[in-house]
Design a protein around this ligand. Structure first.
Ligand SMILES: C[S@@+](CC[C@H](N)C(=O)[O-])C[C@H]1O[C@@H](n2cnc3c(N)ncnc32)[C@H](O)[C@@H]1O
Length: 223
């Protein structure tokens, strides 16, 4: 089975941030096994540093309702649900094989009662969702982030946080590295997302040099 993923270049190592070696991921042995198996098969799951940052953010706001775009095989979802025993996860994945495996992994982790899995393209599912969530982990196709922003804002509580992953894309977005020609459109769309969250009066945003870059946006009012 080909698990190559168009928006993550799995052959290209993430540039390590200056704090990567100091941060330590705290997850269960079961989840360590799930992530090891994902890495061995080049299934794109969050790096240690990204995952630890996600867990700290989720705990800091004591997230109860979490929306994730990009379940893959459930690694980040399980990490969140194990770190936050009161939380519920709504997660969207369009790859059927990943989704089946995610379902099995959620069950193995004993968190399946707290998960709602949506199979399909988030572009079609997001407009139909109604919820007030505390945290959105945006970990799907980066090219769509800016298009989805109005829905993400609608679904987020005031005080809630959007974590948009892979926002620096190997240094292509901040100009550190030349953009490969076939990635220009992707980089333009990511820049548009950054500009949109930064110019939005209802969001307060920090671009963090974590993993492949993370945009952290807090919803400041009922916009
Ligand atoms: C980086 S992976 C998610 C990793 C996961 N959050 C983790 O850290 O364990 C991104 C996932 O988004 C899924 N995806 C890509 N485009 C999508 C779309 N339009 N709608 C829903 N899922 C999508 C891919 O199939 C892939 O599994």
């Amino acid at each position: 089975m080909d698990f190559s993923y168009a928006h993550n270049d799995t052959s290209r190592p993430e540039r390590l941030s200056r704090t990567a070696n100091l941060n330590k991921l705290t997850i269960s042995p079961l989840l360590e096994g799930i992530r090891k198996s994902a890495f061995e098969r080049s299934i794109p799951v969050s790096s240690d540093e990204t995952l630890q940052f996600l867990l700290v953010q989720a705990r800091a706001i004591n997230a109860k309702t979490i929306l994730e775009v990009g379940t893959a095989i459930g690694a980040s979802g399980i990490a969140l649900l194990q770190a936050l025993p009161q939380a519920r996860l709504i997660t969207i994945e369009k790859n059927k094989d990943f989704l089946r495996e995610a379902e099995q992994n959620f069950a193995k982790a004993g968190v399946e009662d707290r998960v709602t899995l949506f199979e399909g393209d988030a572009a079609e599912i997001l407009p139909s969702l109604e919820m007030d969530c505390d945290l959105i982990f945006l970990d799907g196709p980066k090219v769509q982030y800016v298009k989805w922003l109005p829905h993400l804002k609608r679904l987020l509580k005031a005080g809630g946080v959007i974590l948009a992953d892979d926002i620096l894309m190997y240094g292509w977005v901040n100009g550190e590295e030349p953009v490969p020609p076939k990635r220009r459109m992707l980089v333009e769309h990511i820049k548009e997302y950054i500009a949109a969250v930064q110019s939005d009066g209802g969001l307060l945003t920090y671009i963090a040099d974590i993993g492949n870059g993370m945009a952290v946006s807090v919803k400041t009012d009922e916009c």
